[in-house]
Structure formats: C-alpha cells, structure tokens
Design a protein around this ligand. Sequence first.
Ligand SMILES: [Ca+2]
Length: 194
Amino acid sequence: MRERTGRHLAAAIALALTVSGCAGAGAGAQAEATNDAVGKGFPIVTPPAAESPSPTPSSSVPAATAKPIVKYSACSSGGTVTFTATYQDDFEFHHVFIDTDGDHRTGYTGVDVAGDFGADIMIENDLLFRSNGTEWSWVEVKAKSPLLSRSGDTYRWRLKAAQGRGRVVFNGDDGTTEVTTPVVTLKECDGPAS
Ligand SMILES: [Ca+2]
C-alpha cells in the first residue's frame, strides 16, 4: 500500500488547496486537480470511445451491498485463462486487473488491494488494455474482445495465458464507489475450456 497513485496525490493537492484557503472552489478544485493529474500528465494513447478506458477510478468507499462482487475465480486450461465474477452492485466499469509478471514495480500501482500489486493488464467491460506506466494510463490491445459472455450480473472473460496468468483481482467502479476483491489464486479449470 506504500505506492499510492496520482488520484491520491491529486486528492492530497486538493486537500492542501482547501486547507490553505485558496479555494472557495471546494469540490470544483478537487475535480479539476484530479483531471489534471491524469489528463495532462498521462494522456490516454488510444481513446477508441468516449469512456474507454474509464476516467480516473473513484475513491474507495463502502459499497452499497455487503458483497458487491461474488463468485469470482480465475482458472487456466490449455493456453487460456478464464475469469468469472458476479457483480451485484450496479457498476459501470467491470475490471479485471492482472499482475502478469508478479512484479509490483511494473504496471499500474493504484489497485486498492492488500500487498503490492502492479497491474500489467486490465480488462474493462469488453475491452483489453495493457498498462502504460504506474499511473492510470492504458493502451487498448486491439484483439478479439476478452468478454466471453455476460449473463445478468455475471461476466466471463478469456485471455491468452500470456496475458491472463499472474496475480488477479476483480474490481467494480460505478463512478462514485470502487470495490476490489482480494488477490485471486489461479487454478486449473475443472473441465475443458468451453
Ligand atoms: Ca507487474
């Protein structure tokens, strides 16, 4: 937890502004600082759609339901890894973060999980991204959509082993609330990939 991210820094800056009395701006100043930290310092390289990838993650606050993400797992079979999770809250962004090299110094370091984590790969809804640094900066991987299926609140994704093997967490973000599961241990799938 020692490496905090731009958004935390931005929050600290906003707090400093507020405390110093610079801002009658209040929330406005905080929003501006947050945008600046991500938007100017680390431009999104390939913005294929208006909200892709999503804006800076929300701050972590208690979720609406006691267990916003349940039945989450990751398993490997052959040359692929399959991720499954049920998101019980109404999240806008459904993420899988993967530390493919097990090195917390590479990839996005802002994942809110116990222990060090450097996410090299991110799935966001139906798109795949690779990290472009330790901040919230991602490059879309133009490939077949990782989204295998969606049934109600349950998502299934599949990646090649090179992109999917490693330490995995699931994350949901509704723009206000962000929730992250503990690190998931990758297992062998019970049956052949289907
Ligand atoms: Ca890493």
